[in-house]
Design a binder for this molecule. Structure first.
Ligand SMILES: O=C(O)CCC(=O)C(=O)O
Ligand SMILES: [Fe+2]
Length: 345
């Protein structure tokens, strides 16, 4: 297998254990002070505005995804070709994992310098308060951690995760070609500039029922360090995208749809034509357990990214200097949402 994009870099940027171990969410009746976020933050989003939903069978799909990436940095897709029963399977295996007793989940805890396994979101270290979130990260095969969770009964989990990653890889490649196609850039142009193959990670997210969802944060605002991210969310709203001039906008769950968002790497390659979407997840108000599965489609750590040659040849001035993925992930792991401005020309 190709080296995973992030695993080497994470090894060089270890995280302290207290930023890895999630709370035992079942054992608390009130939100502990460590998890209370400032009241001033408004978690609601009551306007009707939302990201576009694009039918991939539409003959105009390339144009529509291009527009959505320019104006929102995110959109939903239907008729994407991922079988509905696979979406149901990934959700039910995600639920099975997070429903395990906390002592069992702790057996698969991510190592301080590791990239995969159970734990808090990596972005926790940037915030003074903890998030109401537990996650499980997979790169390539989940077998090692799955064996710690289910010593004798992990075949189904591994099978679903592996099939899902394969389908997502093909879907992500198709979407990347469609998005770049809207700029008349082909897969070959991309390969010439950045090389291949791609690197990826699958992140399972769990937002347990919260005694006071208005004072706790599911997943704090961030952009993804991917080319693009494909997210499947359970039938509960929670994901919000920040839109300049409008504020936080909710992404309504549509049964069978997938959410796609532009990550920082595509932002750089497109010379900021496509915007990496600032997004967050708020908690369910009715006390339901929300789940999501995010597939990060990125580039291996030694790839060099800069605005694509074809754009520059057409007269655009580069807005970002060239960086390796490894270097960019390092910049992001210290500067977080400011990372792009550190490489701006
Ligand atoms: O759960 C969600 O809706 C968002 C997840 C997300 O942004 C992520 O995993 O990076
Ligand atoms: Fe994200």
């Amino acid at each position: 297998m190709a080296t995973s994009t992030l695993s080497q870099v994470y090894r060089e940027n270890p995280i302290h254990l207290h930023h890895i171990i999630p709370l035992d969410f079942n054992s608390v009746r009130t939100v502990p002070d460590s998890h209370v976020w400032p009241k001033s933050d408004d978690f609601s989003s009551d306007h009707r505005l939302t990201i576009p939903t694009i039918d991939l069978k539409d003959t105009d799909a390339a144009k529509l995804v291009g527009q959505a990436c320019e104006t929102w940095g995110a959109f939903q897709v239907i008729n994407h070709g991922i079988p509905l029963n696979l979406l149901e399977e990934i959700e039910s295996e995600t639920r099975r994992l997070f429903s395990l007793p906390v002592e069992t989940k702790m057996k698969a805890l991510r190592e301080p310098e590791g990239a995969t396994g159970y734990g808090l979101p990596r972005i926790s270290k940037f915030f003074p308060k903890y998030m109401w979130h537990e996650g499980f990260t997979i790169m390539d095969s989940p077998a090692d951690h799955a064996r710690m969770l289910w010593p004798n009964d992990n075949a189904r989990f591994c099978d679903v995760m592996e099939r899902y990653q394969k389908k997502m890889e093909a879907e992500a490649e198709k979407l990347t070609n469609l998005i770049l196609g809207s700029l008349e850039i082909t897969g070959e142009d991309l390969n010439r500039d950045v090389g291949s193959p791609f690197g990826a990670a699958l992140q399972l997210n769990s937002y347990p029922p919260c005694p006071n969802p208005n004072r706790a944060m599911g997943l704090a605002p961030h952009t993804d360090t991917s080319l693009l991210t494909i997210l499947h969310q359970s039938a509960l709203s929670g994901l919000q995208i920040f839109k300049q001039g409008a504020g936080w906008v909710s992404v309504r769950p549509i049964a069978g749809a997938l959410v796609v968002n532009v990550g920082d790497l595509l932002h750089i390659l497109s010379n900021a034509r496509f915007k990496s979407a600032l997004h967050r997840a708020v908690l369910n108000q009715e006390g339901y357990h929300r789940l999501s599965e995010a597939y990060f489609y990125g580039l291996p750590s030694d790839c060099r990214v800069s605005p694509l040659l074809k754009l520059l040849n057409s007269g655009e001035k580069p807005r970002y200097r060239s960086v390796t993925v490894k270097e960019y992930v390092g910049i992001k792991s210290t500067n977080f949402v400011e990372a792009l401005s550190f490489i701006r020309i």
